[in-house]
Design a protein around this ligand. Structure first.
Ligand SMILES: Cc1cc2nc3c(=O)[nH]c(=O)nc-3n(C[C@H](O)[C@H](O)[C@H](O)COP(=O)(O)O)c2cc1C
Length: 190
């Protein structure tokens, strides 16, 4: 059975991001796990450069378990509200710790790692404006590349202050389309 791992960057248990995650997971079959960046207590990367030399991270904290879960996952989904044009701070801390995968890619010592499928969910409180989600998209597309994940796409919801579940714009179709894209790629890549 496929393993689906979600890294959740929202602090709000019943917020829009949590709702988007549930809606997307409902479209997917597999073993599902959601990790909260806010609850993870992961320390920031300190650029010690240990991962430049050897595979893995020198900081002994909860991230070690998250590395194991990422390694075992077939699908990795990042989900975050937009805070000042990017993902939230705790999710960015967790993402910075994924530098170990970037270093491994340079050394090519993860050549035998199997491919994954990647996707992203983001929401923003402001009414839609040009490039509202660009900051988050750049971060998430690139980290998924380092995780050897094929990009299935993203679903983004603006104007959540007014319309938290996208009812007014009929957003749920976007989630269904992303679910379908993830399933299609799972069939091709895994
Ligand atoms: C510190 C902070 C910064 C924010 N910056 C942005 C922003 O740059 N663009 C935007 O559209 N919304 C911004 N928002 C609004 C959130 O993205 C919005 O409320 C979102 O729906 C929260 O998601 P959640 O309910 O899943 O936690 C910001 C909110 C906070 C608290």
């Amino acid at each position: 059975m496929s393993g689906i791992l979600v890294l959740n960057g929202s602090p709000r248990r019943r917020g829009t991001t949590s709702w988007m995650i549930s809606a997307l997971l409902d479209t997917l079959e597999g073993e599902k796990e959601i990790i909260s960046a806010y609850k993870s207590g992961v320390s920031p990367c300190i650029d010690c450069r240990s991962c430049w030399k050897t595979r893995g991270c020198a900081i002994a904290d909860g991230m070690q378990e998250i590395y194991r879960k990422i390694d075992a996952a077939d699908v990795v989904i990042f989900a975050s509200p937009i805070y000042f044009h990017s993902v939230t701070g705790p999710l960015k801390i967790l993402i910075d710790r994924l530098q170990v995968y970037w270093a491994s890619r340079l050394r090519k010592d993860r050549a035998l790692d199997r491919r994954k499928v990647g996707a992203a969910l983001m929401c923003g409180g402001s009414p839609v404006f040009p490039r509202q989600f660009d900051g988050g998209e750049i971060v998430l597309r690139n980290v998924l590349k380092d995780l050897n994940a094929e990009w299935a796409g993203m679903a983004v919801l603006p104007d959540t202050d007014r319309d938290p579940h996208g009812d007014v714009i009929g957003f749920s179709g976007e989630i269904l389309r992303l679910g379908e894209a993830v399933r299609t790629l799972m069939g091709k890549v895994l």
